[in-house]
Design a protein around this ligand. Structure first.
Ligand code: DX5
Ligand code: ZN
Length: 222
């Protein structure tokens, strides 16, 4: 596991009319990664954005890692467009596919990393072969679909379970947590083992992004 806790800014909570500017601002304020939530109005009720907007961010000059979280019923169709758009990692919900190993292979073939996401009601079941194919496990601490939801406390135990699995298989796999992370619970999730912290509303619902990120960094070490 990397030593530094990675802060991934979910631009789902950014001002959509100014996505380039908002992404740049949050990165300048100290976020490490852009978390890009793709919702298809099918796997989840909400509808957001696709590869076109990822291209627009790259054209705007965003050079940071773009971490794509696919909340869609057919993740395979998104691989080629996002590879072309300059995304770095595609994380999908394994329940949406019959053969996650093949999907991970296809993602890796494009040069992107692959991740698996688990909603709060899904247990983490990963075969040894699949484990050898993944770069991230993303634990959802809210049900995928909307920003600004409340953190589900049972997620902490799930992080610990995933951490044990990761340590046993491949410590380089990132352990992500996504949903409802804020100043009050960030210490708990990092203590449980998460090292990739997705945050939307906690970052964007303030005027001073740098002050908020500094506060979160301090809280995450406490
Ligand atoms: C939820 C998304 C999250 C969400 C996080 O479906 O996957 O990435 O934007 O936002 P907050 O931090 O506001 O819960
Ligand atoms: Zn997400």
């Amino acid at each position: 596991m990397p030593n530094k806790t990675i802060f991934a800014a979910s631009i789902l909570s950014a001002d959509f009319a100014n996505l380039g500017h908002e992404s740049q601002d949050i990165l300048s304020a100290g976020a490490d990664v852009i978390h890009f939530d793709v919702m298809d109005h099918h796997f989840v009720p909400n509808l957001t954005f696709g590869a076109h907007i990822c291209t627009a961010l790259r054209n705007y000059g965003i050079t940071a890692e773009i971490d794509v979280h696919l909340m869609v019923t057919d993740p395979e169709k998104y691989i080629a467009p996002f590879a072309k758009a300059g995304a770095n990692r595609l994380t999908f919900h394994p329940i949406t596919v019959s053969d996650p190993i093949t999907l991970c292979k296809k993602i890796h073939d494009t040069g992107m990393q692959a991740g698996l996401a688990y909603n709060p009601d899904k247990s983490i079941e990963i075969s040894d072969e699949l484990f050898s194919m993944i770069d991230m496990i993303l634990i959802m601490s809210v049900f995928a679909g909307f920003g600004g939801q409340k953190f589900i406390p049972a997620s902490l135990e799930k992080i610990s379970t995933a951490k044990k699995l990761i340590d046993a298989h491949n410590p380089k796999i990132l352990l992500g947590i996504d949903g409802g992370i804020n100043l009050d619970n960030i210490a708990q999730v990092t203590k449980a083992g998460a090292n990739f912290i997705v945050m939307g509303s906690a970052l964007f619902d303030v005027d001073d992004y740098k002050k908020r990120i500094d506060e979160l960094r301090n809280a995450s070490h406490s």
